[in-house]
Write a protein that binds this ligand. Structure first.
Ligand SMILES: Cc1cc2nc3c(=O)[nH]c(=O)nc-3n(C[C@H](O)[C@H](O)[C@H](O)COP(=O)(O)OP(=O)(O)OC[C@H]3O[C@@H](n4cnc5c(N)ncnc54)[C@H](O)[C@@H]3O)c2cc1C
Length: 453
């Protein structure tokens, strides 16, 4: 057993952990955070996994946000293939299993936990069969890739039509595989309103993806040359590969040994300085609850954007500074084939559940002046409270229609607590090939105002 003592130890080498370590070193150059990482892939872009599978990013090594050398040059000391197994909060030590199975004991003054999330494993019989996968780590993607490139693989079934399931459908279609997506709920992409989801479903089907909604997968069994997937609609679908993309749950196993309190969805409760309720233990990323900036209450929103920011706050505070996490609006975007769907803030139903009196307009405009070639329809569902407060938006359009950045305008406005009408005052850019004198966001705001008269 080895003993070591560090001022700052970070557990987790993905978005939150690396952000925490790098920020701490930026603020205090004398601080060399020790980052304990269970696998061999520090700072890889989990968000990029579908694009390695599609072949658009052919080399998995390119998914690294920073190389190991970059990270070490940025002041981090990495312990790869080391799994932290226990936090002994009373004596400020961390037990770590080394690659040979031995135990290291590392003392810390400040600890940041960024253990992230693990893929949900719904109650489906046969999840452990060969050819059945989840997708959250580099090891996962390499395993899917190996199966996918086997000569015999022609049929993929994706369980779950959330944004990851849909990105996978797109990716496998790039590989000319025969793709089926099965979703338990009544629509694809349940994080947006059905009106937009229906359009997206049509896009998937136009690209040859078979979509089944309102169908729950019950069992996967070996069958013939591959697998057979049975569901509650009585179907028994053949597949060579099954990928289960049914959401995530926070990985709190380590944090629980420290005695932290868990909250929403079993995520670690933290304050807005990313402090847990155990002294000198911070946590950030997919393993924690997230402060919702509009609702002003915690929620669970596991996203890379959030993990980076929370990690930075945790790292600042662990280095002795005073940083506060401003909060999330649940802003997210996904590209499926040539379509982009984005959302920020609250959907009408969510707003109503939280006591607002939401009013939504659904507007379709050209993304830029129609006389300039290439204009495409851009749909915006804009939601404001009856008192005018801007609450949220959902957008769907062509990938060249600046959907994400238009969503970001609205996210910025919500962050600044603007009203719907305030959107009309924003001095936004315009040239005919890209927009209109009133940007589509402002056209949606005008339509919203008109319906309120
Ligand atoms: C396919 C896919 C696509 C995505 N696309 C997007 C996107 O487009 N936009 C977006 O915002 N988000 C996206 N996300 C979500 C985003 O990837 C996560 O929110 C983000 O990775 C969370 O980062 P994290 O650092 O909290 O945790 P994780 O990425 O889960 O990393 C956890 C880290 O902790 C380590 N670890 C865990 N336990 C231990 C232990 N006991 N000891 C040592 N190390 C440990 C792991 O090895 C890993 O390094 C996507 C996720 C997936 C799976």
């Amino acid at each position: 057993m080895t003993h070591d003592r560090r001022r700052l130890v970070v557990v987790g080498g993905s978005d939150a952990g690396i952000a925490a370590g790098m920020r701490a070193h930026q603020l205090d150059r004398a601080l060399a955070p020790l980052v304990v990482v269970a696998d061999a892939y520090p700072n890889f872009s989990i968000c990029g996994l579908p694009f390695y599978l599609s072949g658009e990013t052919p080399d998995w090594r390119d998914l690294a946000h920073h190389s190991r050398d970059d990270l070490e040059a940025a002041g981090l000391q990495l312990r790869l293939n080391h799994a932290a197994t226990r936090v002994n909060a009373d004596n400020h030590t961390l037990d770590v299993r080394d690659p040979d199975g031995g135990t290291l004991v590392i003392g810390y003054e400040q600890l940041v936990i960024g253990t992230g999330a693990v893929p949900a494993r719904p109650p489906i019989a046969g999840l452990d069969l060969d050819g059945v996968h989840v997708l959250h780590t580099m090891d996962h993607v390499l395993a899917v890739h190996a199966d996918m490139t086997a000569a015999s693989a022609t049929r993929v079934l994706v369980v779950g039509a959330g944004y990851i399931g849909l990105e996978l459908a797109d990716a496998f279609t790039h590989r000319s595989l025969d793709v089926t997506v099965v979703e338990m709920l009544d629509q694809v992409l349940p994080t947006v309103d059905a009106e937009l989801a229906d359009e997206l479903r049509a896009t998937l089907e136009a690209h040859g993806v078979t979509v089944a909604t309102g169908v729950t997968v019950e069992a996967i069994e070996p069958g013939g040359a591959g697998l057979r997937v049975s569901a509650d609609d009585g179907t028994d679908r053949p597949a060579d590969i099954v990928v289960v993309a049914a959401g995530v749950r926070p990985d709190t196993a380590l944090a629980e040994t420290a005695g932290v309190t868990l909250g929403i969805n079993g995520a670690i409760i933290v304050d807005r300085r990313m402090r847990t309720d155990v002294p000198d233990v911070f946590a950030a990323g997919d393993c924690v609850e997230t402060w919702h900036a509009l609702l002003e209450q915690p929620t669970y929103l596991p996203l890379g954007t959030t993990a980076h920011k929370q990690g930075r706050v945790a790292g600042s505070n662990a280095a002795g500074h005073d940083a506060t996490y401003a909060g999330s609006l649940g802003s997210q975007v996904v590209k499926i084939f040539d379509r982009v769907v984005a959302r920020t803030g609250l959907r009408p139903q969510e707003a109503a559940e939280h006591g607002f009196d939401p009013r939504t307009v659904d507007v379709t405009t050209d993304d830029h002046k129609a006389y300039y070639p290439g204009a495409t329809p851009l749909r915006i569902r804009l939601t404001g409270d009856a008192d005018g407060q801007l609450l949220g938006a959902q957008l769907l359009g062509h990938r060249d229609a600046e959907v994400a950045k238009r969503c970001d305008i609205i996210a910025t406005a919500i962050h600044q607590r603007l009203t719907v009408t305030d959107l009309l005052d924003l001095d936004l850019t315009y040239t005919p090939p890209l927009s209109a004198p009133w940007d589509p966001v402002q056209q949606a705001a005008q339509a919203w105002e008109t319906t309120q008269r």
